[in-house]
Ligand binder design. Structure first.
Ligand code: IMP
Ligand code: MG
Length: 192
């Protein structure tokens, strides 16, 4: 009988693995923490019918896993912004896709992959504030406080990460590596 490869075999065989210096956060660690954050949000927003606004594309895996651990009625929407080319921020934020839902009077939870300089989220928060939502909170998978430029913090953060370029679980380098199931530090020679 043909034996299907185990998850560990697949991880080892993954051709992207050679570009990863080290695994910072394993699938298990991520799963546990995302579950906990989903449960906390469910308690904090009970009866508030929040709307989760995912910031594409980096949020897509985190958002999908987070939402399955949110146990209260809620809705979701997405925005797409670009602010980054390669590994350094351009400082400029461009809205590529706006919301389709009306957010006036609604409780917004912005869902991000990583809070780095904070420029993107700061811009988005101000941009959405004009539409008079009831509140705006921020849920991020990763927080890189060492690089913060804007005065912004996450209300819900799964992990603090060191000042290294990380990929996987939705995060990319030039659109690659988003499909790695863990968060890894990218080898500097890949981008230098
Ligand atoms: P910020 O505006 O500097 O906070 O950057 C936000 C965006 O930059 C994130 O949503 C990511 O797409 C990207 N980014 C920042 N740091 C990293 C990283 O270490 N790996 C991958 N993408 C990153
Ligand atoms: Mg990106």
């Amino acid at each position: 009988m043909v034996r299907l490869p185990s998850r560990a075999d697949l991880a080892e065989r993954n051709r992207m693995r050679k570009d990863i210096e080290s695994i910072l956060l394993s699938e298990n660690e991520i799963r546990e923490k995302v579950t906990e954050i989903g449960e906390r949000i469910s308690v904090d927003f009970e009866g508030k019918d929040p709307i989760f606004v995912g910031v594409l594309k980096g949020c897509f895996i985190f958002m999908a896993d987070l939402m399955r651990n949110v146990t209260i009625p809620c809705s979701m929407d997405f925005m797409a912004v670009s602010s980054y080319q390669g590994t350094s921020s351009t400082g400029a934020v461009k809205i590529n896709k706006d919301l389709s839902e009306d957010i006036q009077g609604r409780h917004i939870i912005l869902v991000e992959d990583i809070l780095d300089s904070g420029v993107t989220l700061n811009y988005l928060k101000q941009y959405l504030m004009v539409r008079q939502p009831a509140s705006i909170h921020v849920a991020t998978l990763l927080d890189k406080p060492a690089r913060r430029k804007a005065n912004i913090y996450a209300d819900y953060s799964c992990f603090n990460v060191p000042d290294a370029f990380v990929v996987g679980y939705g995060l990319d380098y030039n659109e690659r590596y988003r499909n790695l199931p863990y968060i890894g530090i990218l080898k500097p020679e890949v981008y230098s």
